[in-house]
Design a protein around this ligand. Structure first.
Ligand code: DUC
Ligand code: ZN
Ligand code: ZN
Length: 472
């Protein structure tokens, strides 16, 4: 008779392939049995799911934790506080970035981020690389070594002075990704459009946070999205467009899919639940709380993003968690409260609230199915980044990363109830119908009875497999 460390009984299990009721037997951190009527006497611990929905632990494939900067700013969350807040919101795997400074080797960048995560993370983690220096040594010698070692996705910026690559450099990185079977993630905004619009707005005295949304226009996002698609077509390699915010960009992706191009795309909660109006009225500096790039758009774009989630245009749903404290001289007030919008650090918190917002408004709001929720938040990111089936599903042999949901809540989202080190949430006062009752990371509770119960250092590094066949 096989014994279990844990049985989660009477679970309404949701996977991409369907929904079924069963007990989940867990041994040594993995799912060892999915069956009806597992004998509770065979387990050290039993959690009665009481017919509640159980989904795979969330895989948040876009978050910035303890990311270095060269301008004196400092993000709120390190690996301790970021993974803690992720766990409390139902996420059990994060993929933050190992960022390369220009002139730095990828080996140094990766070693630096391993040091930052060591002993801190309470859930499992992998790394994407940010490539800001596409020199031949990096592209030809270092990238192959990195892919071999389990870093199989690269973020490429088309904007931000210290990070952006030229189209020529992007082609070089895409070509390397093709040869290695890796995935390039592209931040698509037209840098010259942003610079030109910013200069004009500032010259007109339009400096308040809300002008950030005008400087980062949907037209610039559409153009860069189309250009990224064209570069991917030229090299004949898949790409992922990250944090898609506007109807105009969604239409480009839809078009590219129609052409048969291998284009993946990601969107984030801020493009469903915020608009440019959240960047403030008049000169109100509080609008800085919602400054991120691309910025939240309008109701029409929100509708296009919801449609894209429902109809399959989007592959994954991530947070782009990149918090800066509002009341902090290293955060949103880096250059004081009178700073022009272009000097305010970009990014907002979202790791902890990603799943509950989408469960509440997407699944319980009748916009997407529970199966699609699982696909967007866990299965597809695990597949795309080479972590499936260890992560992203509920199946025998998979890690026992599970969320047991309370789905009949009438809860108000409050920053004081969250576990990130960020000093605000952009979703203050939002109504939620759902929140995890339990989050289990490899069979161990990290969130239960309304409290964090994880352990710093329990999270393991996950080397990723290359998601695509290598091409000559
Ligand atoms: N934009 C990014 O590209 N990354 C982090 C945060 C942001 O706003
Ligand atoms: Zn980005
Ligand atoms: Zn980001």
């Amino acid at each position: 008779m096989q014994r279990f460390d844990l049985i989660v009984s009477n679970a309404d299990i949701v996977t991409v392939g369907g929904r079924f009721n069963a007990d989940i037997g867990v041994r040594d951190g993995r799912i060892a049995a999915l069956a009806h009527g597992l004998d509770p006497a065979l387990a050290d611990q039993v959690i009665d799911a009481a017919g509640r929905m159980v989904t795979p632990g969330g895989v948040d494939a876009h978050c910035h934790l303890d990311q270095a900067s060269d301008d004196g700013s400092k993000g709120s969350d390190d690996f301790l506080t970021g993974t803690r807040s992720a766990a409390c919101g139902g996420t059990t795997t994060v993929i933050p970035f190992a960022m390369q400074f220009k002139g730095q080797s990828l080996d140094e960048a990766v070693a630096d981020y391993h040091r930052r995560a060591e002993g801190q993370a309470s859930i499992d983690y992998a790394f994407h690389l940010i490539i800001s220096d596409a020199s031949p040594a990096v592209v030809k010698e270092q990238l192959p070594r990195m892919v071999e070692a389990g870093y199989t996705s690269f973020k490429i910026y088309m904007t931000y002075e210290s990070l952006k690559l030229s189209d020529r450099e992007i082609l070089d990185v895409l070509d390397a990704a093709r040869t290695l079977g890796a995935l390039s993630m592209i931040h698509a905004e037209n840098d010259d459009c942003i610079a030109w619009l910013t200069e004009r707005l500032l010259a007109q005295g339009k400096t308040a946070p809300r002008y950030h949304a005008l400087a980062h226009s949907a037209i610039g996002e559409r153009e860069a999205t189309h250009r990224a698609i064209s570069l991917s077509e030229l090299v004949d390699v898949p790409i992922l467009l990250v944090h898609v915010s506007s109807r105009a960009a969604v239409e480009q992706i839809h078009w590219a899919r129609g052409q048969g191009f291998n284009i993946f795309s990601e969107t984030c909660p801020q493009y469903l639940f915020l608009t440019a109006e959240d960047l403030g009225i008049g000169d109100d500096f509080h609008g800085a709380k919602c400054i991120c790039s691309p910025p939240p758009r309008d109701a029409d774009s929100q509708k296009a993003i919801w449609n894209g989630l429902a109809n399959g245009t989007f592959t994954i749903f991530s947070s782009d968690h990149s918090p800066y404290n509002f009341d902090d001289p290293q955060g949103k007030k880096l250059h004081g409260e009178d700073a022009s919008f272009d000097r305010i650090p970009n990014g907002i918190p979202g790791l902890e609230t990603r799943l509950s917002l989408l469960m509440s408004e997407g699944v319980l709001g009748g916009r997407i199915s529970a199966e699609r929720f699982v696909e967007l938040t866990a299965t597809a990111p695990a597949r795309l980044y080479g972590l499936y089936p260890q992560k992203g599903t509920i199946a025998v042999g998979a890690d026992a990363d599970l969320v047991i949901w309370d789905n009949d809540l009438d809860k108000t989202l409050r920053h004081v109830d969250l576990h990130s080190a960020a000093d605000y949430t952009p979703y203050e006062g939002f109504k939620l119908k759902a929140w995890p009752a339990w989050t289990l990371s490899r069979g161990k509770p990290v969130w239960a009875h309304g409290a964090y119960c994880g352990t710093a250092g329990a999270g393991r590094f996950l080397p990723c497999a290359a998601p695509f066949p290598a091409q000559k």
